[in-house]
Design a protein around this ligand. Structure first.
Ligand code: SF4
Length: 454
């Protein structure tokens, strides 16, 4: 438990405490400011620690920003002395690149701030390379991306906290759901002035029937005859079919995601998948025939996997030579079956897997092109999208860096409207529950579109 005299610093401090896995311990904190100095006093395990930082702050916003930074550093300093350094130091935000861009645009060297926050040199370099790979896309910004949500899956994976349910339980909603999606797709036409990309995401979009998929493709083609980058997060290999791939090609899809997460059959069974590694290779090879850019998703830390198991998956993915490989680190999220069964993750082992993925992917000619961290991610590690042959996914960069409007249709879809001049973002989230989404479709369409029309 954290006792502090400053409520607005509490969430930031808790992020640091969580990163060390110490949320079940007791902490005391007292913050004050005077004579241009920020004071943080921390009480932990019967000991007291005082910190003092002198820094000029222009305006309230800057003051709060610095107060948060120094409070986090104070806690990080106490905990890292006891438990060791973290790869991202006291940096707890979801988007390290966004912070780097803020520093760069203010004319500062982001690496100085990263050093102050005790970020490892390897991670500062990862951010630098990611920024380099975003050149030409980041600066372009603006426009809109369209996200289409397909929240259906064959079965539920044990690590998944997403609202999806096995299709056996939700099949009865699919047709009505698609009708609603189509209504939404037509309704957003006037909101999209410059379409950057379309992303049909899951769930597992390929779990629906080809004829249902075609209805969505048709609506997109009628509303947006030309889509510069068109991704379908097809999903698990066991739902791939020649027919669905052919349709995707016919309607202009340019990028397909094959998401096995592991190439070890034992792991696939353990996480609740109903496919084998061999099916992944088959799905990949069939998709490759159609000339799609392909992404393969992997997760470090699944089931009982050790570094050798993960290395095997990595080698298998690399040997297929896809345009993109995304390496996620496992998170224990509420709502996931895994969270009930596992109390602590093998953080050190997962960190080794992540480091191995960086070495192997770079050696194989891949560059990091987008990255993000999640709140409950093992050891505060990160997810990184890697690309080869100059083929980063524009949609992923736009979403992660928040540099263009995101118009999201379907259930559990979060639209984001950027107000660049005011440096703020407004969000609109649709219901997670399928019947509620279907019943409220007219109201949802009206409310979301109002946000983008204003
Ligand atoms: S395929 Fe993805 S969305 Fe579906 S249950 Fe597994 S992790 Fe969740």
């Amino acid at each position: 438990m954290l006792n502090t005299n400053s409520e607005y610093l509490k969430p930031e401090i808790m992020d640091v405490i969580r990163a060390f896995g110490c949320e079940d311990k007791d902490f005391g904190h007292y913050f004050s400011f005077g004579s241009g100095k920020f004071f943080n006093a921390v009480e932990y395990d019967g000991e007291f620690f005082d910190f003092e930082n002198e820094c000029e702050a222009e305006g309230d916003l800057e003051f709060r920003r610095l107060a948060k930074r120094f409070a986090k550093l104070a806690f990080y300093s106490v905990l890292s002395k006891r438990y060791g350094r973290l790869p991202w130091g006291a940096l707890t935000g979801i988007r390290p690149t966004k912070l780097a861009y803020t520093e760069i645009s203010a004319g500062r060297d982001f690496k100085s701030l990263f050093k102050q926050m005790d970020v490892s040199e390897a991670n500062a370099l990862l951010v630098e390379k990611t920024i380099a790979a975003q050149k030409g896309i980041y600066g372009r910004g603006g426009g809109q991306d369209l996200f289409i949500s397909i929240p259906f899956c064959p079965t539920k994976c044990d690590y998944c906290s997403f609202i999806t349910a096995p299709i056996t339980a939700t099949r009865k909603y699919v047709d009505e759901y698609i009708d609603c999606l189509i209504k939404e797709i037509y309704s957003v036409k006037p909101l999209i002035k410059k379409l950057n990309s379309v992303y049909i995401g899951g769930g597992t979009p390929f779990v629906i029937e080809a004829v249902q998929l075609e209805k969505i493709y048709k609506a997109v083609a009628e509303v947006f005859p030309s889509v510069p980058e068109y991704t379908v997060e097809a999903g698990r290999p066991d739902v791939f079919s020649e027919e669905k791939l052919m349709l995707s090609k016919e309607y202009g899809v340019t990028r397909i995601c094959v998401n096995p997460q592991s190439f070890n059959d034992k792991t696939l069974v353990a996480i609740g998948r109903k496919h084998t590694a061999e099916q992944t290779v088959e799905a990949f090879k069939t998709a490759e025939k159609y000339g799609f850019d392909i992404n393969i998703d992997l997760i470090a830390g699944l089931a009982e996997e050790g570094v050798k198991d993960f290395e095997y998956s990595l080698d298998e993915a690399i040997s297929l030579n896809p345009a993109n490989i995304t390496v996620h680190t496992l998170s224990l999220k509420s709502g996931a079956k895994l969270k009930e069964n596992v109390k602590r993750l093998n953080v050190a082992g997962i960190a080794d897997m992540v480091n191995l993925s960086r070495d192997k992917l770079e050696a194989a000619g891949y560059s990091p092109y987008y990255m993000y961290r999640q709140k409950y991610q093992a050891g505060g590690l990160e997810n990184v999208g890697w690309c080869k042959g100059g083929k980063p996914c524009v949609y992923n960069i736009n979403v992660m860096e928040e540099i263009s409007d995101n118009i999201a249709v379907g259930a559990n879809a979060i639209s984001k409207k950027l107000f660049g001049d005011e440096n703020r973002i407004e969000r609109y989230a649709t219901p997670k529950d399928l019947p509620t989404y279907i019943n409220k479709i007219d109201r949802i369409t009206e409310e979301r579109n109002r946000l983008f029309n204003d």
